[in-house]
Design a protein around this ligand. Sequence first.
Ligand code: ZN
Length: 343
Amino acid sequence: MKTVASDSRGVERGGGTMMAMTTLALLGALLMGGCKHEPSTAAGVEQKPAVPATQIAAEYDPPAGTPPALKVDGKRAFELTGQFVAIGKRPLGSEGHKKAEEFIESHLKAAGAEIEEDSFTAQTPVGAFPVTNIIGKYPGKKDGIIVLAGHYDTNYPLRNVDYVGANDGGSTTGLLLEMAEEFKKHPPQGYSIWIVFTDAEEAMVHWSDSDSVYGSKHLAEKWKQDGTAKKVKAFLLLDMIGDKDLDVQRDDNSTQWLEDVVGRAAGRLYHSSHFFQTETAVEDDHLPFKKVGIPVADIIDIDYGYNDVYHHTVQDTMDKLSPNSLQIVGDVVMETIRALNTK
Ligand code: ZN
């Protein structure tokens, strides 16, 4: 993934960008605060709010008495991440990539999921490659689908160095497989849950609209054509969420009411110190799904280590991750699912 506000040198994200965005968020908050002091309209004239173009997040707050959300097992998610990352690098076309697919499918099978593959050949600037999105389905009792997603490939440009993507592609795979185990133990009582392991998220040469998120573009188009897109209530994307120093940024490119639902879920679990303290705009696997009309939220911590120093480097290893971060993100996703199921 990359932040939209990259600098002119094409660096994915520098501290300057983050600082700018943080300042912007702060300014926004100040301006919003200022609005409270604006003079009200003439007495007796009720100022009607504009008709909301989107859903209202507060309406998703679970009423008292609603059963609690499932909890994930952060230690188990960390263990699965470690096993998956031990495969090594997994760029498109590699032996590691094949092993990664097998790992995901064997664990999904053991977790009782109905498995579907979305395989195709991607034309990239460095040739044609087989790409496979893997979907694990857990049927629910309500008509509609909540999608949880994360990519499993590692960068092709880093194929010749010892780059394993423990956080970037590893952490989400471990957490999503742990969540699959929870859905085996506690089958969904609300909407169906589909867990999507996207492929070829990473750029093959340099990130652009055409050189990125190959798997997601293909799957989103397929869902548009076969009618699945209309049934998806929410697409919750996870990316780089294992960082010991967990700070999930609010993403301006996501569907804002859905971001609010996630933020309120984090608040109910007292995890707001890890969520949305800063904001940015991210290009990631969620955008192709947004384009076909699906509400999307990218749950991503793109500040990996001080000033994002570990991101896309050989330093992206297991020792930078924490079971606690996986626990927090997993629990917030489960609480978000609980909220979405109230409607
Ligand atoms: Zn990446």
